[in-house]
Design a protein around this ligand. Structure first.
Ligand code: HEM
Ligand code: FE2
Length: 756
């Protein structure tokens, strides 16, 4: 068997084995997740919440933006608290206060250390003991706890309403006045948040000392501390990473490098005339960059809310565009504009690979898909606004408003429409790429791999449809990450590797035969860590302990190729001068090099910083995640999207109106701006929070005491220079596109004049 065949078989087996593991983690989670009780009652028979309250509460939470306002189980946004950790901490303090008054007739703070620790011991026994009865489905709580919960509930009812006394706190949390104007929804919300907090500190039935969320969040008052699994698997994951890097470096050193082929005298691929459907793609690029501009503006506003929670330089913006909405749009637009560039690249490259042959209706399909995309983008954004303004009925809000799940925020109707759009895209790419798939040529394996990744990107979005209105949050997180993680850390990486290799092969700069094996091998390495690595998002979401082992070890393997990606980047960098016509592609290639850099720094290093369970135990949902998210998402896929766009645009514009200087400025200001944003602001704030979480508990790291402290506020301002530099870079890209449009109009006019 040839080396290529061996790798191919290894790849197929790896995917089969990995998905088996992933599915079995799902069924184990389903069995062991925190139960939703039929009733929560007290020892003396008072009813606190019912199953319906909790489920309607989940819907209320989703309707106001869910993950986009604070977080639950550590997943979500970073300015408001983590509600589960906040609720738990407040409940524990209330419990201690009630008992201090009852037993010692004094406030808890005034008690002696001995009295305090005796109460704490009782508290711990009361809270950790699992009193869920599977037969009746009820959770029974002590009377003290019942009273404590009622106190926390009062606070939450005021906080999510418009009680003037809590306005300063809402301001610090970047919440609008009257976040949930309906008292019913607020009451339901408290049931859901209570349940999420209950799961974090209640021991599992068969594992004393380990809660449903593997003892997350860190809460010293009830000994919610890292379990032994958390520590052991973290250390093993570091060892595995070192071993992986060593093994791959060894492998690299054994490879023979084929000499590069002599490039053609002229640009061989994009010198042909673009097909009708390719010419219809210009608007995709304009739309994508328009959405990118909007995303930057919304990012600026969202960041500003961290210092002025309800206003924008004195204007009461949060009444109409609150933080939860600007952040929803900011993150959603990132997905939309990058996806638009990728869709366009797929649609561009498919006919190119088939030598310009395409079905007659291809152009019509491309135009219709563009319209469908516009409808989804604008419709979902409008729905999100209506949901956050709380004008929709709770079910309508789910269908057309806000689903409250970060990265799958759009209402279910829009989500289905987007899925349909992806299937249309798949059909269009299939129709155009078919001749190339059938043809016997040297680079068939890479074309197939590209095609398979297109299919996977299209179909895996469907996993997001697996959860319904009332799905237990543990299962909802399970399915959500099937989309988000498997996309970005699995199939996107495959698509990226294959598409870049194909570009170079078609340009005649690398040999197809060496590209085949290299791309297959890279995919094998990415997917062998990336698929099971999904579990690094499930460490603390109500999953069994085994998830810690799978997640930590396999996601550490994901970092192995990223650590050594410099080898590949250098090869690409070398190619930029391979032929004289390559100067046209210089900046497209530089954007690929930037993609590799951010893969190493933003995804690899900043990803691994938060990846070992013992690290994520403290830093989940802190600004370290924001640093990683920006470095990886914008750094890797944003830069790649722009690089791919430039490749396609060179073919479409034939170099007319191509302004290299503008691209150079765009490149450097975007990259330096992004780096400045991370190292001058997000990362230092994250590290300060990291210390706070270890010293005092997770709730503290997310509290205004830390986030509104003088030092952190200063650091938030330090974001501004990087943000502005980055925004200017984005504007240069927009100006560059504008130059191409102008040149193309001028050429059209000239042609008309010539024929007239
Ligand atoms: C280019 C590839 C990647 C992209 C685009 C990406 C993007 C993101 C984004 C946007 C988030 C934030 C999600 C949220 O706010 O809930 C995130 C979270 C996370 N990423 Fe990545 N990531 C990539 C690669 C990696 C790698 C290689 C690792 C480490 C092996 C990693 C580890 C993590 C972890 C542990 C979290 C969870 C953080 C938390 O819940 O607070 N990521 N990633
Ligand atoms: Fe991930």
């Amino acid at each position: 068997m040839s080396r290529q065949k061996i790798i191919l078989w290894a790849l197929i087996l790896t995917c089969l084995a990995s998905f088996t593991v992933l599915l079995s983690m799902g069924s184990n989670t389903y069995r062991e997740m925190p139960p939703i009780p039929s009733q929560v009652i007290s020892d003396n028979g008072r009813i606190l919440f019912t199953e319906e309250d909790i489920q309607q509460g989940q819907m209320a939470w989703r309707s106001m933006g869910g993950h986009q306002l604070g977080s639950v189980w550590g997943h979500g946004s970073y300015v408001a608290p983590d509600w589960s950790a906040d609720w738990l901490h407040r409940e524990l303090l209330a419990w201690l206060e009630i008992r201090a008054q009852g037993q010692f007739d004094n406030s808890y703070d005034a008690l002696s250390a001995a009295q305090q620790s005796s109460l704490q011991a009782e508290l711990k026994a009361d809270v950790r003991r699992n009193r869920y009865n599977p037969e009746t489905g009820t959770i029974t709580l002590s009377d003290t706890r019942f009273d404590a919960i009622k106190m926390v509930q009062t606070h939450y009812l005021s906080l999510f309403g418009d009680d003037p006394e809590l306005q300063p706190l809402r301001e610090q949390y970047a919440m609008k006045e009257g976040t949930l104007p309906s008292l019913q929804r607020r009451e339901d919300l408290t049931a859901f948040i209570f349940w999420s907090a209950w799961a974090t500190a209640t021991d599992r039935v068969d594992q004393p000392g380990v809660s449903y969320t593997n003892n997350w969040p860190h809460e010293p008052l009830v000994d919610n501390l890292p379990t032994s699994s958390i520590t052991v698997w973290s250390i093993l994951s570091v060892v595995v990473l070192i071993f992986g890097v060593a093994a791959l470096a060894w492998y690299h050193s054994t490879l023979k490098h084929d000499p590069l082929p002599t490039p053609a005298k002229e640009d061989p691929i994009f010198s042909h005339q673009p097909s009708p459907s390719q010419r219809a793609l210009g608007k995709y690029f304009l739309t994508a960059i328009g959405l990118f501009m909007l995303q930057i503006v919304l990012g600026g506003i969202t960041a500003h809310y961290a210092v002025e929670g309800q206003q924008f330089y004195g204007i009461p913006l949060s009444d109409i565009l609150p933080y939860s909405l600007t952040r929803t749009w900011h993150t959603q637009l990132a997905v939309f504009w990058i996806a638009t560039l990728w869709l366009a690249t797929g649609l561009y490259i498919a006919p190119a690979l088939s030598g310009g042959r395409e079905p007659k209706w291809q152009k019509l399909g491309v135009n219709l898909l563009w319209l469908a995309l516009l409808v989804v983008v604008l419709g979902s954004m409008a729905g999100e606004w209506l949901a956050v303004q709380q004008v929709l009925d709770i079910d309508l809000s789910y269908w057309f408003g806000h689903q409250g799940h970060e990265y799958i925020d759009l209402g279910r109707f829009w989500q289905i429409l987007l899925m349909v759009g992806l299937v249309i895209w798949l059909a269009l790419v299939t129709a155009a790429i078919r001749p190339a798939l059938k043809e016997q040529n040297d680079h068939k394996p890479v074309i197939w791999l590209l095609y398979v990744s297109v299919v996977a990107i299209g179909l895996f979005y469907g996993a997001g449809l697996m959860m319904g209105k009332h799905t237990n949050l543990a299962m909802a997180e399970y399915w959500r990450w099937w989309v988000v993680h498997l996309w970005v850390e699995g199939f996107f990486e495959t698509f990226a590797t294959a598409v870049i290799a194909l570009m170079f092969v078609r340009l005649g700069l690398i040999r197809a035969r060496s590209a085949n094996a290299a791309v297959l091998f890279a995919t094998l390495i990415f997917l062998s860590g990336g698929i099971i690595g999904t579990a690094h998002h499930w460490y603390f979401t109500g999953t069994p302990t085994s998830v810690l082992a799978w997640g930590s070890i396999f996601s550490a393997l994901e970092v192995v190729p990223l650590a050594l990606i410099g080898f590949e980047a250098y090869e690409q960098y070398r190619l930029r001068n391979a032929a004289s016509w390559m100067t046209n592609y210089k900046w497209a290639i530089m954007f690929f090099v930037a993609t590799a850099f951010w893969n190493m720094f933003g995804a690899g290093m900043l990803g691994f910083l938060i990846n070992p369970p013992i690290s994520l135990y403290y830093v989940q949902g802190l600004n370290t995640t924001a640093a990683h998210g920006h470095g990886a998402f914008m750094g890797v896929y944003g830069m790649l999207g722009i690089g791919l766009m430039l490749f396609c645009l060179m073919g479409l514009s034939k170099g007319r109106g191509w302004n290299q200087k503008l691209l150079k400025w765009a490149f450097w200001s975007m990259n330096i701006g992004l780096m400045a944003m991370l190292v001058m602001s997000l990362l230092p704030v994250g590290i300060i929070q990291f210390f706070a979480a270890i010293d005092h508990g997770y709730w503290f790291a997310r509290s205004p005491e830390v986030l509104q402290s003088e030092l952190v506020r200063q650091l938030v301002w330090w974001r501004v220079p990087g943000d502005i530099l980055f925004a200017i870079g984005g504007m240069f890209i927009a100006m560059f596109l504008f130059g191409l449009v102008k040149a193309s109009w001028a050429a059209k006019r000239a042609r008309k004049l010539a024929t007239a």
